[in-house]
Design a binder for this molecule. Structure first.
Ligand code: ADP
Length: 487
């Protein structure tokens, strides 16, 4: 099948979080299974151009109608990790994609609404006619409205619309004039796509209503968002449309995340040569100036935002040190208050030889942290799927995670899980408070010191699990095919 992915992120060229990993990982796996995949992205100034090959302009001056005027855009193509990507260069107006960052601008809803219009226009003009247009999260949600309200009527009849929600917390909210800007008569948009103030459009609700199928990134999160406040106001809508909604667990790109030949590691290993993992522990200690003592390293690799349980992460630093472990953090925050709080802790622990906090987004360093640590901590308040526990396990690093969303689907507690012994791979806790966190992290550190055999079994169970995209990509294909089997 011919699949067009519309996304604001794609690893490794434009990454903020897991969405970037998912888009490339799923696309590669679909391609391996014989499908023809293209990814359409904005052409940001801050992309990793060194990771794109064969970059060339394939369409000059693509006219896009926006705010009642035609505006010219160039479209480039290039290859990322073996997948064909198209980049929309909105060269004309307000420097939409030359802001040095992907999100966080006051006009984000305009920027991405414009991008979806340009992407749809490009597909239409070149006659791409994919079987599936697969859009992701709020930034590309309006593609579903555009297809039904404009391009279907113009004759682009073939594409079926699949929409994946990676996080219900960010929905894309804007005045209905955003539709007029794109050439859609805002009067056609049903009330269920709007907020209580009907003049305000909710991008995510619109995509849920307009697309042919909606997925989210784990089965457990799919239940949570229908049944609890984790749906962030979309519970009713998701229940209404439950017949076209399900959760498909994310995978990881097991070629890219592979300790056996990871480009960022100097010591490679797999389950059979696990001793070599501990060379990476030495490198990590050297890099972070930690002392070389018989202690486990607890790691956090995360965006530092409330969702990730920042208060619990802060508490875990002191708790892990108290329990005789070392602690490392690689994190970045868009929130100045949270950044300030962590920098205060860093200053306080500056001379501590068992702790290092590193701020910023650093892809290469994240690989060393996964390889060098013994445990990866994910105390999220909610977590649609979570990738760091999966990457951790691939690198023989045992997850300690809150039992929520996709973490509950993938991390199975050594004592309390109902799955078979062989599939138990970590430590979980339910209560999002200090006692909950200590219950799981305390057991993990204690087992590392006192039950090394049991701890090692968890390492092996994690490393031997299959978290690749293979199975999940097949589930997406089943949906794609199902949509085309209906007339
Ligand atoms: P989310 O998408 O909510 O941020 P996920 O667990 O789904 O969380 O995905 C996080 C991805 O971002 C992982 O690939 C992780 O390694 C990466 N990541 C998070 N923070 C950093 C950082 N500071 N530096 C490098 N990579 C990071």
């Amino acid at each position: 099948m011919k699949i067009a992915m519309l996304s604001p992120e794609c690893s490794p060229i434009a990454k903020v979080g897991g969405l970037a990993d998912v888009v490339i990982g799923l696309s590669k796996s679909l391609q391996l299974q014989g499908h023809n995949v293209s990814i359409i992205l904005p052409k940001y100034d801050c992309m990793r151009y060194d990771q794109i090959s064969d970059l060339e302009t394939v369409y000059y001056d693509l006219p896009v109608m926006y705010r009642g005027e035609w505006h010219a855009n160039d479209v480039m193509s290039g290859i990322v990790e073996g997948v064909k990507c198209y980049f929309i260069d909105a060269k004309w107006y307000k420097n939409f994609f030359n802001r040095g960052k992907i999100y966080g601008e006051n006009d984000d809803t305009d920027r991405f609404a414009f991008f979806t219009k340009a992407a749809m226009e490009f597909m239409f003009k070149v006659g791409m006619e994919p079987d599936i247009i697969h859009s992701h999260d709020w930034p590309t949600a309006l593609a579903n409205v555009l297809q039904r309200e404009i391009y279907y009527k113009e004759g682009m009849r073939k594409p079926r619309l699949v929409y994946t929600v990676h996080n219900f917390a960010h929905q894309g909210i804007a005045h209905e004039s955003v539709l007029g800007d794109l050439g859609v008569n805002s009067g056609v948009l049903p009330l269920e796509c709007r907020e209580n103030d009907y003049s305000v459009v909710n991008f995510m609700k619109s995509a849920v209503v307009y697309s042919d199928y909606v997925t989210t990134v784990s089965p457990n999160y799919a239940n949570e968002v229908q049944l609890t406040e984790k749906g962030m106001g979309l519970q009713y809508l998701l229940n209404k449309y439950h017949h076209k909604f399900s959760g498909i667990l994310n995978g990881i790109d097991d070629e890219y995340w592979n300790p056996k030949d990871d480009q960022y590691l100097s010591h490679h290993y797999d389950a059979k040569t696990i001793e070599k993992k501990y060379k990476n522990k030495e490198v990590l200690r050297e890099r972070f100036l930690l002392r070389d003592e018989y202690k486990p390293i607890v790691a956090v690799v995360s965006r530092l935002v409330q969702q990730k349980g920042v208060d619990l992460i802060k508490h875990s630093i002191f708790y892990a040190l108290e329990q005789g472990a070392q602690f490392v953090l690689l994190g970045s925050s868009p929130d100045p208050q949270i950044s300030y709080e962590f920098s205060e802790i860093k200053a306080m622990l500056n001379d501590n030889p068992d702790c290092h906090l590193e701020f910023g987004f650093n892809e290469a360093l994240s690989h060393l942290v996964y390889a060098g640590a013994d445990m990866i901590l994910i105390p999220s308040l909610f977590e649609p799927c979570g990738l760091t526990q999966l990457i951790g396990m691939r690198y023989g690093t045992v997850p300690v995670a809150r039992f929520t969303g996709g973490l509950a689907d993938t991390v199975h507690d050594v004592e309390y899980s109902r799955v078979a012994q062989k599939r138990r791979n970590g430590y979980t806790f339910i209560d999002a408070n200090k006692a909950g966190l200590e219950f799981a992290l305390g057991r993990a550190i204690d087992d590392w010191f006192n039950e090394p055999q049991q701890f090692r079994e968890l390492v092996m169970n994690g490393m031997e699990s299959d978290f690749s995209w293979k199975m999940s990509a097949k589930k997406y294909v089943k949906i794609y095919k199902y949509l085309h089997s209906r007339v």
